[in-house]
Write a new protein. Structure first.
Length: 271
């Protein structure tokens, strides 16, 4: 006897079940821990460390099982990030799916960054700020001209990302929507985007665990909604983190999170 075909009502019930599960997981996930000194990393854990000056960018490779720590010692307002699959750069970070699958635009500790192939590329394992913008995208020359006037020497994240992509054989066509860390973008009563003052504090940090080999680009330009005119230096570390356990909270938060990890595991099994 062949299995019964799902009905529209079956799909509707599944939709609401997934939504309910995700909402419970989001409610149980703290948006941020108290700000303090980052958990100390042993010297042998840290593979690379550097500082991104104001207005500039960094790009490089991070292997699966490594983590990227961004340490916002001087409370710069917004660090934009892009991620590509290092084995196949046609697969890259997708903020739309990241929001949709997790039923929230307020991603923080315990959430995932997803690719356009439905796979996990990054897990957020720690976050003491709790504000990361997935909606408004990178700063552009046009946005900065409207805000600051015609300052030809002012760098912006979109052009930084184009330069970063070119170092890995990619072009402007490979530069898609980004995530901005340390970016408290909220909506006001009229539904307009706004900046939440005093939400970014000195010393906040975020840990991003790579779930596949990645090419990463980071741009240190102030978010265009921020009142700040200038960025501040941002320190980062690449360090060896623990392997993902079967009961890892990022993996087990929801059924959709588990499927995203399974998609990644299946893909990586061929290598």
């Amino acid at each position: 006897m062949s299995p019964k075909e799902p009905t529209p009502d079956d799909y509707r019930q599944r939709y609401f079940a997934l939504k309910s599960q995700a909402q419970k997981a989001n409610a149980a996930c703290p948006s941020a821990r108290p700000i303090g000194n980052p958990k100390t990393l042993a010297a042998e854990q840290v593979a690379f460390e550097d500082v991104i000056p104001p207005g500039w960018y960094w790009t490089g490779r991070i292997a699966r099982g490594q983590s990227l720590r961004l340490i916002n010692e001087q409370a710069t307002q917004g660090v934009a990030g892009l991620f590509w699959n290092a084995r196949d750069t046609s697969e890259r970070f997708n903020p739309g799916d990241t929001v949709k699958v997790q039923w929230t635009a307020r991603i923080s500790r315990g959430h995932l960054l997803l690719s356009d192939m439905g796979r996990v590329i990054v897990s957020i394992t720690e976050d003491t700020c709790g504000y990361n913008d997935l909606i408004t995208n990178a700063t552009t020359r046009a946005a900065f001209t409207r805000k600051y006037g015609n300052d030809v020497y002012r760098r912006n994240s979109h052009e930084n990302f184009i330069l970063a992509a070119g170092k890995h054989g990619m072009t402007v066509r490979d530069v898609g929507p980004c995530v901005s860390f340390f970016a408290p973008v909220v909506t006001d009563d009229a539904g307009h985007f706004a900046w939440k003052d005093d939400a970014v504090q000195p010393g906040a940090y975020i840990d991003l665990r790579a779930e596949m080999d990645l090419i990463v680009a980071l741009s240190n330009c102030p978010h265009f909604l921020s009142p700040a005119r200038e960025a501040q230096p941002v320190r980062f570390q690449i360090w060896k983190s623990s392997a993902v356990a079967a009961d890892d909270p990022c993996r087990t938060a929801t059924g959709e999170a588990e499927r995203a990890f399974e998609n990644t595991d299946t893909y990586l099994a061929q290598y």
